[in-house]
Design a protein. Structure first.
Length: 118
């Protein structure tokens, strides 16, 4: 079973940057599509970005295109979300999700809070 742990959240002023990390263990990281989601208060969880196992294909929500970058390090079994030019509407709990290409299993982390405010 895959364990997923996010880190790197915090408080940042508008226009600032943060990098989130998603560290995994317990299974072969190379078998998993990795995704970052976020959930703001009172809203549904939404996909921010995902990256396929080879890193060739990445998908982004329209609202973050050009400002956020997803990446993965298959040696370190870690996925990243670089967030630049952050806006207050980015305030949310950010979750990492690992989706296996071998079967239908999927695993969530516990989330990390990102707050964008003056």
């Amino acid at each position: 079973q895959m364990q997923v742990v996010e880190s790197g959240g915090g408080l940042v002023t508008p226009g600032g940057s943060l990098t989130l990390s998603c560290t995994t263990s317990g299974d072969n990281f190379s078998w998993y599509v990795m995704g970052w989601y976020r959930q703001a208060p009172g809203k549904e969880r939404e996909l921010v970005a995902n990256i396929e196992i080879s890193s060739d294909n990445k998908n982004y929500a329209e609202s973050v295109k050009g400002r956020f970058t997803i990446s993965r390090d298959n040696v370190r079994s870690t996925a990243y979300l670089q967030m630049n030019n952050l806006k207050p509407d980015a305030t949310a709990v950010y979750y990492c999700h690992a989706s296996s290409v071998m079967d239908s299993s999927g695993y969530w982390g516990q989330g990390t809070q990102v707050t964008v405010s003056l």
